[in-house]
Each structure stands twice: as structure tokens, then as C-alpha cells.
Design a protein around this ligand. Sequence first.
Ligand code: TRP
Length: 355
Amino acid sequence: MTTQTSTKKRILTGITTTGIPHLGNYVGSIRPAIASAKQAFADDSGDAFFFLADFHALIKCFDPDEIHRSTRAIAATWLACGLDPEQVIFYRQSDIAQIPELSWILSCSCAKGLMNRAHAYKASVDMNLAKGDTDPDFGISMGLFSYPVLMSADILMFNATHVPVGKDQIQHIEMARDIAGTFNHKYKELFTLPVAVTDENTPLLTGLDGRKMSKSYGNTIPLFGDGSPNIDPQKALKKAIAQIVTNSQAPEEPKNPDECNIFEIYKAFGSPDEINELAERYRRGIGWGEAKDILFHKINDEIAPMREKYLHLMNNPKELEEILQMGAVKARRYADKQLDKTRRATGIRPLAKLK
Ligand code: TRP
């Protein structure tokens, strides 16, 4: 009997360990990624690798406490949101020493010119150029410059086929394909060419002020609080929803749901029937206080059951660490094999067998 492993999907994605997950991260990446991993497991169409990209975090964050706090909060969040570490290989990038080693080997199959064209690098250069008299590379680290090579190592190490990412990351997946192709051509067909998966059906969540929800705009709604174990997450959710910006229409006035931030966020949580029902209420006239209350209950019903697990894990870092180590053991099994093949393909291998 032959096994058809080659037709199976391997989903892989990394989460940079800066910041504390907010509701936009939940709707845009955590919820759909966990759902697709569960689906692949349920219908046996593939497997999934999710990891904490802490080496990537070092590129933009120089606060050791923040890196550490964020790693803990992100791990606790994904597990609380239903990621099953028995079904998904869940690990921390820095626990897999083979990844930076592969990154070096791949950097030797990566044209420097390819990295010159990376959007993130170009944006930094453009900012320097705009200042006029500074060096175009002022303040740009080698980490930022070669970021896409490390990301390629993350992906190619496990021969991932599908990489769910935000649109800003598509170029990096293209670069991983390019690097894999160069290596495969130069040495041996060892690496699968990955494809980026961006979900058109997952709209970006609107923030408190109507712009895209983003930490950099300061308009986020917390998912489980601010990452400290002492905060009451339900109160924090209610408080944030109270701050959603609305217009000054009176309660009884008929309203257009499509022009309202509250409704926009509700669409990410309600069923189609519930969404229609709320739209109807808008047209008949609804007070903003009431609309916010409806939104609060809808979101809270979905995330309240996860909160307990989140708080438990946040207060038991040992448990979290054990889960990550279990994932690292599994990930290293794949990484060891792939790195060994890669080294051998390039001529790095023992001179003779020693007994
Ligand atoms: N660069 C990605 C981001 O900022 C995170 C990441 C690192 C990643 N390595 C990866 C995503 C590998 C997918 C695959 O979102």
C-alpha cells in the first residue's frame, strides 16, 4: 500500500512575540488558524505547525521583559482559544537550534539583491532617504535585512505547503519559494515550495475609532486583558466597547448599520441571522448604549469560556513551558532530519564513519 503523503497539506505559521493579543488578532489570525488546523486533523487532509517566532521579535523589540511577557501571553492565548498541542505541533522558534543553522545555509542560496527588494527593508531605507542627509542604511540591523531568510528557514525546515499570513507577509513567502528553488536547483530537491494563504473571507476587524484594529493606532479591544494576571478581563472588554466611537444620532432615529463601528465588529461574531436581526433593529432605531451592550454580550459569550484557561495558564508558566517543550521535541525530530539532508547535500558531512 502506498501512502499519499505528498498530497497532504502542511499548514505552518509563526507569531512574532511582541505585544499582547487583541480582538483583531483573534478574529484575523488566531480563530481561523485554529479552525483550519482542526479541519486538517478531522478530515485527515494534513497537519499543522504553529510557533512563537521569538527570534523574529528580536528584530524590532529591544525590551527583554516585553519579549518574555509577550511570549507567555501569546502561548497562553493560543492554547486558551482551542489550539490542541496534541493535534498541532506548537513550539518556540528559539528552542529549535536547527532553524538558525538552516537559515545560514539558505542565506548562501539567497541573492543579496532579493533582500534589497523586501518591502520592510525598503520602507526603512525610504524613511532615511526622506531625512536627506543620513546614510540610507542608518539604524537598519542585519536582522531586519535578512529577516526573510530566517522566515524561509522556518518554513522550509518543515516542508510546509500552506502558510497562513497577513497580506503584508506575502512577499516573504514568495522569497521563501525563490530561495527554495535556488537551493533545489543548485544542490538537490529538498525543499517544498510553499504557498501563502490569505483568507479573503476574514475581514480585518475595525478598531474603536473605525480604522483597522491595530496596536499602532491604539484603538484595540483586548481579548483577555492586558497580559497582567491581575486584571479583570470581562471589565476590560466592557470598558473598551464603551469607548467605540459613534455618531450623535438620538436612540429613536433610524440608523444605517453599514456606517457604524459597533455593527462592523458585531459582524465578526454574530451568525448570519443574528447579523440581519441587528441590522433590522438599527433601521427601526436603537440607542448606542444598547447596541454596545448587545455587542458586549455577543463577544463575551464566545470568549468567556476561554478566559479561565487563559488565566490558569498565565498563572502557571511551568505548565506552559512543559507544553512548549513537548512541541519542541516533536519539531526537532523533523528539523534534525531535514537539516542533516541539507548539510549533506552541500558537502558538509563526516569524513568517515567512526565506531
Ligand atoms: N513574519 C511573520 C509576521 O510578522 C511571523 C513569522 C515568522 C512567520 N516566521 C514565519 C509567519 C513563518 C509564517 C511563517 O507575521
